[in-house]
Design a binder for this molecule. Sequence first.
Ligand code: ZN
Length: 366
Amino acid sequence: VPAGRRSRISGWLWSLVAAAVYRLGLLRLLRPWTNRWELAPGRSPLVRRRRSRKVQILSLHRVAPGEDGYLSPLPLVAFEERMEFLARRCSVLALDQAVDALVRHDVPENAVVLTFDDGYRDNYLHAFPILEGLSLPATIFLVTGSIGTGRLIWHDRVFRAFGETRCVELTGFPADGQRHRLDDAGQREHARTALLRWLKTLDEERRDEQIARLAERLEVEDARVSDGLMLSWDEVQRMHARGIGFGAHTVSHPVLSRVSDERARQEIDASKREIEARLHCPVRAFAYPNGSQRDFSAATKRLLREAGFDCAVTTIFGTNEPAAEPPLDLLELRRMGLVEASLPAFAAKLDLYRFVAHPSDGSRVR
Ligand SMILES: [Zn+2]
């Protein structure tokens, strides 16, 4: 069976099992047990008494009723359903509370933290009313150069180019002789995903040039600004006054391990200073752009410490626990994306990942 088909089948089986487990209420029945024991794959004994309670940090970006040609949002209905589930079944903590709890070895049962990266305006329009209605805390990590300016983060320039093109084919990109068919939405998405992956490997300057060249090949304008896609400072201030936390996510979203230390320092310090000046309060949390293990270094962490950050979130998949081995590093907090379409799959995975010991395998948020 080809790998693609196999993963589709396993995805389908997984949804079916998750739906059954969820509908039959098995998650709740299993919890007293899964809250005391954990599975340690590849170790002996395979099942052992859990060492400590875990904090699961969820990583979100956009929340909107439908697609708009930029980075795909989580559908509003799915978001609302999940937040209601979390409010009912979990202890949703603010990020700083969770960090305190980890440091004091005093994590509550089923602890979850909500984080949003980049600073999209839909966080204010769609996510915030739901969070406020359910009294759920959350932290938004701002790319400060885009807040109030509408400057597009580079991935949105790519989304927009593919969304607007009338071309049915992209040829000679990235290299001579390469060809991508663009006849339908599926083909466009396939090409876009492949090119985004490639663009991530380039340094900033080359990436910028290549996106401009891509727009030219796709015969669209390389728009660098969009009204209403990113938050304004006024919206940030309004949410902050009503309990939403804010963290820094650089000024222009560079991959920090690929720029000079001097440049990294500017990006880190300037984003922190701007949020502090606008909100009149200290900023202590940071999110690494891209956020996988190779996207930051020991030098990046040193810069964060010098700038006065207490914690930093990655996109390395996993949970956070006080008694971890190797010891918990507050500048490398693990997160999970849980992008499943259905609530049962979301709920089942949340429990499963708490039950499996230290599932940090260095891969990207799932
Ligand atoms: Zn980001």
